[in-house]
Design a protein around this ligand. Structure first.
Ligand code: 5GP
Ligand code: MN
Length: 335
C-alpha cells in the first residue's frame, strides 16, 4: 500500500483524531489543518485541531477556524485531547520541538499513532508515518497529493480547496518563489475547478490591513531599516516600545522582511523584533548559494528553509544585530 493510502487507512481506523501544527501558525499551518479536518469529515471521521497558539486574524476566516483549539488559551482541554487521541497529525513541522516547549512534552508523551506531513528539511523521524518532501512548496500541496494519490479526488470540495489554496498562496509568496512547480499550477487550477474563489482568498489575506499596521510598516521602512551595502543585506529592527507605539497585534510584521528583501540588489534581509523574553528573528535570502537557514541554526537557535528561516536570540536587540553583522559574510555572498 502506498503511503497516501496508508494515511487514509489510518484515518479510517481511528476515532479520536487530533491535528497539530507548529507554533505561530502561518497560512500553511491553518490551511493544511483545516483541509485535513475537512478531508477526515468527508471520510466520515471527526478531527479536532489543536495548535500551540492562535494565528493572526487575517488567517482566521476559513470555515471551521473558530473551532481551532490552542494550547496557550485552553491548556487542560488540549492536553486531554492529545492524551486520549488515537491518531495525531503533525502538519508543517519536522520535529516536535516546533510546537513550542510548553506543548512539546504533551505531544512527545502521547500514545497515539503519529503522522507527519511536512516540507521542511531534515525530518526528525519521530512519527509512525513520515510524508516529507522539501522540494514541495507547501504542506498544503502534499495534502492535495494525499487526496489524489489515495484515489479520493472526488472528495475534494470547495472548503478543502480554499484551505489548500490559502496555504499554497502564503508559502509561495503568492505563487512567485522557485518552489512553485508546474504541478502546483495544475493543482491550483483543479482547486478553482472545484469551487475555490481565488480572489476571496487574496482579499481576505491581503486587503485586511489596519491603519496601525500600515503605519508600523511605514515607520519600519522609513526609520528602522539599515542596508549593509557590501553584504547586500537589509536589516529592520523593532523594539518593544516601538511595537507598542503602533498598537502592535499578532501578524502586523508578517511579510515585512520580504519588503526589505524587495530592495533592488539585496541578497538577504533580516527582521529583528523584541519579544517579552527574547529577540525574534526572521531571515530571508535569495539563491541556493545563500543558505540563511545555516546562519539561523548556527547562531540563533533556529532553522527552516534554505531561503526562509526563523530564530531567536537571548539578549538585547543591539547584541543580536551585532552578532548578525559579525557572521553574515560567511553565509551571504554578494554578486
Ligand atoms: P518566519 O520568519 O516566517 O517566522 O519563519 C520562516 C520559516 O522559518 C518558517 O516557515 C519556518 O519553517 C522556519 N522557522 C521559523 N522559526 C523557526 C525556528 O525557531 N526553528 C526552526 N527550525 N525553523 C523556524
Ligand atoms: Mn509550510
Amino acid at each position: 500500500m502506498n503511503v497516501y493510502k496508508q494515511i487514509v487507512s489510518a484515518i479510517q481506523e481511528s476515532n479520536k483524531i487530533v491535528i497539530t501544527s507548529h507554533k505561530s501558525p502561518d497560512g500553511d499551518s491553518i490551511g493544511s489543518s483545516i483541509a485535513m479536518q475537512e478531508f477526515c469529515k468527508e471520510l466520515g471521521k471527526t478531527a479536532i485541531i489543536c495548535h500551540p497558539d492562535p494565528a493572526p486574524d487575517f488567517l482566521m476566516w476559513l470555515n471551521g477556524s473558530n473551532e481551532i483549539l490552542s494550547f496557550e488559551k485552553n491548556e487542560k482541554l488540549v492536553q486531554e485531547k492529545i492524551q486520549t487521541a488515537d491518531l495525531i497529525f503533525c502538519l508543517d513541522y519536522n520535529e516536535t520541538g516546533r510546537v513550542g516547549k510548553e506543548m512539546q512534552p504533551v505531544l512527545d508523551a502521547a500514545s497515539a499513532k503519529k503522522i507527519m506531513i511536512d516540507h521542511h528539511l531534515n525530518p526528525s523521524g519521530f512519527a509512525d508515518i513520515t510524508l516529507s518532501d522539501p522540494t514541495i512548496c507547501s504542506t498544503c500541496q502534499i495534502i492535495f497529493d494525499v487526496i489524489e494519490f489515495s484515489e479520493n479526488l472526488e472528495l475534494l470540495n470547495a472548503s478543502i480547496g480554499t484551505a489548500l489554496y490559502l496555504g499554497i498562496m502564503t508559502d509561495t509568496g503568492s505563487f512567485r518563489f522557485p518552489s512553485i512547480q508546474v504541478r502546483t499550477h495544475h493543482i491550483l487550477a483543479s482547486l478553482i475547478e472545484n469551487g475555490v474563489k481565488h480572489y476571496e482568498v487574496h482579499e481576505n489575506v491581503f486587503d485586511t490591513n489596519t491603519l496601525d499596521r500600515l503605519r508600523l510598516r511605514g515607520y519600519a521602512c522609513s526609520e528602522k531599516m539599515e542596508i549593509l551595502p557590501e553584504n547586500q543585506v537589509a536589516i529592520i529592527s523593532l523594539t518593544k516600545e516601538e511595537l507598542k507605539r503602533f498598537n502592535h497585534q499578532k501578524g502586523d510584521t508578517e511579510g515585512l522582511v520580504n519588503v526589505a528583501l524587495s530592495i533592488h540588489g539585496m541578497r538577504a534581509a533580516v527582521l529583528f523584533t523584541e519579544a517579552d523574553e527574547y529577540v525574534k528573528i526572521s531571515f530571508r535570502s535569495k539563491g541556493k548559494e545563500n543558505p540563511i537557514n545555516e546562519l539561523a541554526s548556527n547562531y540563533f537557535s533556529g532553522g527552516g528553509h534554505a531561503n526562509a528561516s526563523g530564530g531567536r536570540f537571548d539578549g538585547t536587540i543591539e547584541d543580536a544585530i551585532k552578532l548578525f553583522k559579525q557572521v553574515v559574510s560567511n553565509y551571504i555572498k554578494p554578486i
